[in-house]
Design a protein around this ligand. Structure first.
Ligand SMILES: Nc1ncnc2c1ncn2[C@@H]1O[C@H](COP(=O)(O)OP(=O)(O)O)[C@@H](O)[C@H]1O
Ligand SMILES: N[C@@H](CCC(=O)OP(=O)(O)O)C(=O)O
Length: 360
C-alpha cells in the first residue's frame, strides 16, 4: 500500500447494519473515531456513506404492497436524516464539523456543475470540515441512479484527485470464489493486467447492498487505471482504518497506474454521459491512439450524430463503429457540421480533454 494524503472512504449499508437489519451504531461510532485518527495524522478524508434506506426501513414500517419506488423514497428521505444525525453526533464528540452533500448523476454530467461541486468539497476540506456524501435517492429513480455508491465514490475520488479510495464492505476483499467457502482465497493484489479477476465474482450481494462485488470491482479497476490506489476491505473489522494506516490491513489492493490529470479523470467516467457521437477515419484513429496523442481535427471526422454544445462530452468511434474514446467538444454540433472533413479548422476536441479507452 502507498501513503495517502487525500482519501475517499466509502461505507456500504451492510457495514452500518447488524444482521437483524437494525443500525449498528457501535460500529458507526468506532469508524468515526478511526476516521478522526486518520485526520489527526494529517490525512484529508471525504466520506461516501450508504445507509439511508437501511436506517429508514428500520424506523418507518410500510405496507408490503406499497409501490417499491415510493418505499425507497420514503425510507431514503426519512433514513438520511437519521444517518446524518448519527454521524454528526459521533463526529461532534471529536469536535469535527461535518457537511452533508446529496448528489445525483446529473451533477457529474455537466463540467461546470461538476466543477462547482468539486470547489464545494475542496472549500469544505480547506476549512477542516468533513464532507459526507450520499446519493439523493429521493429524486434518482432508474436511469438517473448511480449503479450504487461504489460508482459515486469512484466519481468523487476522480473529481477531487484523491490518491486513495477505500471501499468498506462486509468481506475482506475479493475472493477466488464465494467468500464463505473455506477454499476461497483472498486476492491481495490486483495489478493492471489481470482480466481474470471478474470471473471469480458472483452476482450475489449482501442483504442491503445494491451493486454487489462486480460493480465494486469495475469501479476499483477504473479508478486504479486513473492513478488512484483502491482498497476493498472489511468495514466490520475492529480496527480497519488503524490497520490501513499501519499497512497491516488484510484487504484487496488495486495497484494504481500512472495518474491521469483532472479533466481526463472526469472524461473517463463519461461513458454514460455523452451527448453526441463522432465517427473518425483511419488516419485520425491512428493519430489519436499513437503514443503522442493529438487533438481531433475536423478533417478526420466522417460523421457527427446528436446535437451538442461547447463543453458537452462526445463519444468517438472508428469507421467500424468501435468505441475509441471520449472527448469534450470545443464548439457546438452546428459549427462542427459546417467544418466536418475540412482542412485548417480548429480542433473539435483538444488533447487535454481527450480520453482514449484501453483496448486490451
Ligand atoms: N468473489 C467474491 N469475493 C468477495 N465477495 C463477493 C464475491 N462474489 C460475490 N461477493 C459478494 O459481494 C458482497 C459485497 O457487495 P455489496 O453487497 O454490494 O456490498 P456493499 O453494500 O458494501 O456495497 C459480499 O458480501 C459477497 O457476498
Ligand atoms: N444511497 C443508498 C445506498 C445505495 C448503495 O449503493 O448501497 P451499498 O451497495 O450498500 O453501498 C442509501 O443510502 O441507502
Amino acid at each position: 500500500m502507498l501513503d495517502s494524503k487525500l482519501l475517499v472512504i466509502k461505507i456500504g449499508s451492510n457495514v452500518l447494519t447488524q444482521e437483524n437489519g437494525l443500525p449498528d451504531l457501535d460500529r458507526m461510532e468506532k469508524l468515526v473515531a478511526q476516521i478522526q485518527a486518520l485526520t489527526s495524522l494529517g490525512k484529508k478524508v471525504v466520506l461516501v456513506s450508504s445507509g439511508a434506506v437501511a436506517f429508514g426501513r428500520q424506523a418507518i414500517p410500510l405496507p408490503e404492497k406499497l409501490n417499491p419506488v415510493f418505499k425507497k423514497q420514503i425510507w431514503a428521505s426519512t433514513g438520511q436524516i437519521r444517518l446524518i444525525n448519527q454521524y454528526q453526533n459521533f463526529f461532534e464528540k471529536h469536535k469535527q464539523p461535518v457537511a452533508q452533500i446529496l448528489v445525483t448523476k446529473e451533477d457529474f454530467r455537466d463540467r461546470k456543475h461538476f466543477l462547482n461541486m468539486k470547489n464545494c468539497v475542496q472549500a469544505l476540506l480547506s476549512q477542516g470540515i468533513l464532507p459526507i456524501i450520499n446519493e439523493n435517492d429521493t429524486v434518482t429513480i432508474t436511469e438517473l441512479m448511480f449503479t450504487d455508491n461504489d460508482e459515486l465514490a469512484s466519481l468523487t475520488a476522480a473529481m477531487i484527485n484523491a490518491d486513495t479510495m477505500m471501499l468498506l464492505t462486509n468481506v475482506d476483499g475479493i475472493f477466488t470464489g464465494n467468500p464463505s467457502d473455506p477454499d476461497s482465497q483472498l486476492i491481495e493484489k490486483v495489478a493492471s493486467k489481470m482480466p481474470e479477476v471478474s470471473n471469480y465474482i458472483s452476482a450475489s450481494k449482501s442483504s442491503f447492498g445494491r451493486g454487489g462485488m462486480l460493480t465494486k470491482y469495475a469501479m476499483a479497476k477504473k479508478s486504479a487505471d486513473l492513478g488512484i490506489q483502491v482498497i476493498i476491505a472489511n468495514g466490520k473489522r475492529e480496527n480497519v482504518l488503524g490497520e490501513f494506516a499501519d499497512k497491516s490491513l488484510r484487504c484487496t489492493w488495486f495497484e494504481p497506474q500512472k495518474a491521469k490529470h483532472g479533466a481526463k479523470k472526469w472524461l473517463a467516467h463519461g461513458e454514460h454521459y455523452y451527448v453526441g457521437e463522432i465517427t473518425i477515419n483511419e488516419g485520425a484513429k491512428s493519430s489519436l491512439t499513437a503514443e503522442v496523442i493529438r487533438s481531433l481535427l475536423p478533417i478526420g471526422i466522417i460523421k457527427l450524430e446528436g446535437e451538442f454544445s461547447k463543453g458537452d462530452i462526445l463519444l468517438i468511434r472508428d469507421e467500424t463503429g468501435h468505441k475509441i474514446g471520449l472527448g469534450r467538444a470545443e464548439y457546438s454540433s452546428k459549427v462542427a457540421n459546417e467544418r466536418i472533413g475540412q482542412k485548417n479548422q480548429k480542433a473539435l476536441i483538444h488533447y487535454d480533454y481527450l480520453y482514449i479507452f484501453d483496448h486490451d
